[in-house]
Design a protein around this ligand. Structure first.
Ligand code: ZN
Length: 716
């Protein structure tokens, strides 16, 4: 090789290396983009402006056909063939610029413009030369479609609108892919003179420019004559459209500066927002400022509608709070989970009588909504009527720590404290949950029933089926004014009201959807008269009616359980003395459930405390003479082994507690003793107010037959 050849080769290699390395890997590194959120089908739900206050949507991959054609035909007709630089066009530009004495034509290709947009340098001849070299390098790296997409994503379209997609939404209220030829042509001419779009300024030139492009598209065979004629008659866009603003709280939660597709179904979301806005306006008149709603698709488990807080139009502090994601007191809304869990492990059968008698657990004295005790209530009915006292008895039997574990497994992420913190009040709203988590947990029950989820704590299909059956009961006279609800779609649903009427919940499931509604005030103040049933219930049914009806209801599983005889009166496993019973299919572990103790000699007989309240609601209940060996009386208060904290009186002296006993014989006289001291006697209503000193004590009552009953307790 000659020396000249070698030098030439070295120079060539250096130049080649320089050329190969001259272009940064990421052309638009450091560019800030708008946050763009689309629905499950890619429809725009909402967007948030980029950090530099530009409506610059994240880069697109492709440019829709009409826009691509219009852009290429306007800017760079040989784009598809040139290597980044269009030499003939550049030549023509030089000639016409020389003739005019100043710059009238750039002669830049789209590729060169991409380079210019990415570098943002001044427009000199030297820079133009650099751009030309870099453009050839870019052509070497990217396909024509990729280069066109880069251009369409970063070109200025007037004002603070950057990129084709943002421009399509701002000027036409539609995605670029849905634009007509006239609209596509309008956008194609804008980057050349982005200031001309401003309404009332330069509109005539803009129209002329657009029409010239349309004529050109016709002449070059892209559109036929009739398309041209109708395109020419289309008006220019007027004032910019506001961008869609749906599911705004969900949009707010998405990654900043990126385009994200979420599971929302836009048409449904719009309907749900309309409905919740209407309801919110109505509730606002009753002092209820906030309303949120969530809808999940059972099959996919996806959130298909999400209203963090309704009524975006009512400017008001607090409306930005996303209540659907805020932890709130759960009221009674968790009771179905307890029913299902207790059925699943055999703690109860579907209609096991639950105790509904006064409870006092270290000062925790739950009451039913109607402030009555009913003695004994079948579990399914206690759930449907949302009785609090039986729920507390049931939670005690099931175990609060186990139940807390079940709730966490079901996805209630805000129950972070340990079981002793919540105690038995966990089932009455002592814990907090978010509408999103709770609705998801309800959906989880249906998904588990359908065999769609493997990580649900509710695994027994029969237990789930019995739960849905109990919740579809619509006969809840004390809960809801059914006249308010026009048509009721079949659903398994539950309501909840938190302490102090601060939260109103209603959650329902069908075989296809789970819907959750929360009403209240974000700032936490209660509203007299607000209840889950009366306030959130009607909203729930309105939303259920927006959904396509389910073909059928949950089918009763025909296997996977055990057939057992169940006492008709107690709802428990049949003893040999139970007079009437049914053979029903039950969850596997029902075999381990308790046997009916209420038919000791073939007649129905409840323990004294349950009987005391039960007989008032059940005139058919026969109070019989007391048998010798039978339990005749029972303490209603206190429970054996309890620790009492007696409140101090206003004057500082120790306060007292009312002790109470029930006796089966309504005429019995009882004689009371505190430790060894005789206190007195009671008749009919066996109550005695006592103020024992701190320490350990025993209260004993004796009836005329000489039967005695004692309770031991400790006073703190
Ligand atoms: Zn029985």
């Amino acid at each position: 090789m000659s020396r000249r050849k070698a030098v030439f080769l070295i120079v060539f290699e250096v130049l080649l290396a320089g050329w190969l390395c001259c272009l940064p890997r990421d052309l638009f590194k450091g560019t800030s983009y708008a946050t763009v959120v689309t629905d499950r089908n890619g429809e725009l739900l909402g967007a948030r402006i980029a950090d530099d206050q530009q409506w610059r949507f994240p880069p697109c991959d492709t440019v829709p056909y009409r826009c691509a054609t219009a852009l290429i035909q306007f800017e760079d007709r040989h784009f598809r063939w040139h290597p980044g630089v269009d030499i003939p066009a550049l030549g023509r530009a030089v000639v016409s610029n020389l003739r005019a004495g100043h710059v009238v034509s750039g002669g830049s290709t789209l590729t060169m413009q991409v380079i210019r947009l990415s570098r943002n340098r001044e427009r000199t001849l030297r820079q133009k030369a650099v751009e030309a070299v870099l453009a050839t390098r870019l052509e070497f790296r990217c396909s024509k479609d990729e280069i066109l997409a880069m251009y369409a994503s970063h070109a200025p379209f007037g004002g603070n609108v950057v990129g084709l997609e943002a421009a399509a939404w701002r000027y036409f209220g539609r995605p670029a892919g849905e634009l007509s030829w006239a609209e596509s042509a309008t956008l194609a001419v804008l980057p050349n003179a982005p200031a001309s779009i401003h309404p009332g300024k330069g509109r005539e030139q803009l129209l002329a420019k657009r029409n010239r492009l349309l004529e050109r598209l016709h002449k070059r065979g892209y559109i036929d004559t009739s398309t041209l004629e109708s395109a020419l008659s289309e008006p220019l866009p007027d004032a910019p459209y506001p961008l869609p603003n749906l599911a705004r709280h969900l949009v707010e939660r998405q990654p900043h500066g990126e385009e994200t597709r979420v599971d929302i179904d836009l048409p449904l979301q719009r309907q749900v927002e309309d409905a919740t806005t209407r309801w919110s306006d109505e509730l606002a008149m009753n002092g209820i400022a906030d309303l949120s709603a969530v809808i999940l698709d059972i099959r996919s488990g996806e959130t298909i509608a999400y209203v963090g807080n309704a009524s975006p139009l009512r400017a008001r502090s607090g409306s930005e709070v996303d209540i659907a994601a805020a932890p709130r007191s759960t009221g009674s809304i968790l009771k179905p989970f307890l029913y299902c869990a207790a059925l699943q492990d055999g703690t109860i059968l579907p209609r096991t009588l639950l105790q509904d008698t006064p409870v006092n657990l270290n000062g925790f004295t739950p009451q039913n909504y109607d402030l009555q005790f009913h003695g004994a209530v079948p579990a399914a009915e206690a759930l449907a009527r949302s009785l609090n006292v039986p729920a507390v008895h049931l939670l005690r039997a099931y175990g609060a720590p186990r139940f807390l574990e079940i709730l966490r497994e079901a996805g209630l992420s805000t129950l972070t404290k340990d079981a002793s913190h919540y105690g038995l009040s966990l089932i009455l709203g002592g814990g907090e949950g978010t509408l999103e988590d709770i609705t998801r947990a309800y959906a989880g029950m249906v998904r588990s029933y359908d065999g769609l989820s493997t990580d649900s704590p509710f695994r027994d299909r029969l237990a789930l089926w019995y739960t849905f059956e109990a919740l579809k009961e619509v006969n809840r006279p004390d809960e809801i004014d059914w006249k308010l609800i026009r048509s009721v779609r079949k659903a398994a649903w539950k309501t909840g009201t938190s302490y102090g009427s601060r939260d109103a919940w209603a959650v329902g499931v069908t075989p296809d959807y789970a819907v959750g509604v929360w009403c209240g005030n974000a700032d936490g103040h209660g509203v007299a008269g607000m209840t889950g049933a009366a306030t959130a219930g009607p909203v729930l049914f309105d939303l259920l009616n927006l959904l396509p009806p389910s073909a059928d209801w949950f089918e009763e599983p025909l296997d996977g359980g055990v057939w057992l005889d169940v006492c008709r009166e107690s709802g428990m496993l049949r003893s040999q003395d139970c007079p009437s019973y049914d053979r029903i299919l039950l969850p596997e572990r029902a075999q381990e459930s308790a046997v009916c103790p209420y038919h000791p000699d073939g007649t129905f007989r409840l323990p004294p405390a349950m009987e005391w309240y039960y007989k008032a609601y059940h005139p058919e209940y026969q109070v019989r003479p007391v048998a010798r060996a039978e339990k005749r009386m029972e303490f209603l208060y206190p429970e054996s082994g309890s620790i009492l904290t007696l409140p101090r009186q206003l004057d500082g002296s120790p306060g007292g507690a009312v002790f109470q006993v029930v006796h089966r014989d309504p005429d019995a006289t009882l004689y009371w003793h505190l430790d060894d001291t005789y206190l007195g006697e009671t008749r009919i209503l066996h109550q005695m107010k006592l103020s024992p000193s701190p320490g350990h004590h025993t209260v004993t009552v004796v009836d005329p037959d000489g039967t005695s009953l004692s309770v031991s307790f400790t006073v703190k």
